[in-house]
Design a protein around this ligand. Structure first.
Ligand code: 5AD
Length: 335
């Protein structure tokens, strides 16, 4: 299907029809496998002040924490015991966790996990040299959402920053050989159907290996507290469109989607998604990584989180794959 056909379908087909087409593509490319990634939210300090985000710098009510290297490593060891082969280390843009500290941490983790395991970082925008240092230290993948393809909306939400700079960052990551993930929020204030379509087209243009999307959920301690959240239906339709446009990319069923609907992640897995990210952050910290309210799994330990996800996956006729799950797009590109 070409791009125009995919957009026409997105505009005209029912969610059920879109879901069937997207799920057929997933089955053809991934069989029933759902890849899992162990998510470790290692710091919620953030020097940014994005209008939508609960851990924005000016939220004085956020209880801040930083895991020590030892705590991160212990969490990784727990994940290895649970058979996880991909770890996603996420933080706010915490300048105390500078590139030197981060690369040392990545190096230490990689020494323990070995080459079979993939390390993903999601720590925001840095310059090319810093990304290179992270790559050289053993980091395999990098996630950084562009949040919205609308330049004006982007600058408004990120207090004058430019989308172009963010996209340059993604280009640098790609050129350095990272497996690159990005994505956007669905239902941001001021967004139209066209914004959603342009978001998906930008993912296609960037040839992303991983695409994470989730509904915007208003947080009480942000300037957007009175805005409406994104809808599950738009999430599902957009997930299907992404799958049609990017058949070989990894698309997670995100926690935010599971937070607006108890079965949100299962529905996304039936609509084009093929990845789940159990949150294995130590329970005493994870309740403070509140980028939006109503986040699920906050009371669960890492092992509870993983075992509940297995049940969810089985409920939609799929199974967890413990492979490291490089994206097919990345594997083809490297050949
Ligand atoms: N609602 C939903 N998602 C959010 N994020 C940040 N704040 C919110 C919110 N209020 C998402 C952004 C960010 C990711 C880590 O979390 O897309 O990139």
């Amino acid at each position: 299907m070409n791009i125009k056909e995919a957009i026409d379908l997105y505009k005209c087909a029912s969610t059920k029809e879109l879901s069937k087409i997207a799920n057929d593509i997933v089955k053809k490319n991934y069989s029933d496998d759902v890849f899992i990634r162990g998510l470790i939210e290692f710091s919620n300090y953030c020097d940014m002040d994005c209008l939508y985000c609960g851990i924005r710098k000016s939220n004085g009510k956020a209880v801040r924490y930083r895991l020590t290297d030892e705590e991160v490593i212990d969490t990784v060891k727990f994940g290895l015991d649970a058979n996880i082969k991909t770890f996603v280390l996420q933080s706010g843009e915490d300048y105390k966790y500078n590139v030197e500290k981060l690369s040392k941490l990545v190096y230490k983790i990689k020494k323990i996990t070995g080459a079979e395991t993939a390390i993903t970082l999601s720590c925001g925008l840095m310059n090319r040299d810093d990304y290179k240092e992270l790559k050289d230290s053993g980091c395999d993948r990098y996630l950084m959402r562009f949040e919205t393809s609308d330049e004006n909306l982007y600058s408004y939400l990120k207090k004058g920053q430019s989308l172009k700079t963010r996209l340059k960052g993604l280009e640098n990551l790609k050129n350095l050989g990272f497996e690159v993930g990005s994505g956007f929020m669905v239902g941001l204030p001021g967004e139209t159907i066209e914004t959603g379509i342009n978001n998906a087209l930008l993912c296609k243009e960037l040839e992303l290996d991983m695409i994470g999307i989730g509904p915007f959920i208003p947080h009480d301690e942000t300037p957007l507290k009175k805005e409406a959240p994104g809808s599950l239906d738009t999430i599902l339709r957009t997930t299907a469109l992404l799958r049609i446009l990017l058949p070989y990319s990894n698309i997670p069923a995100t926690t935010a989607t599971g937070s607006i609907d108890a079965l949100g992640r299962e529905k996304a897995l039936s609509c084009g998604a093929n990845v789940l990210m159990p949150n294995i952050t130590p329970a005493k910290y994870k309740k403070n990584y509140l980028i939006y309210p109503g986040k699920i799994c906050l009371d669960e330990s890492g092992s509870e989180c993983i075992s509940r996800l297995s049940e969810r996956v089985v409920s939609v006729g799929k199974k967890i794959s413990y492979e490291r799950g490089d994206s097919i797009s990345y594997t083809i590109m490297k050949q």
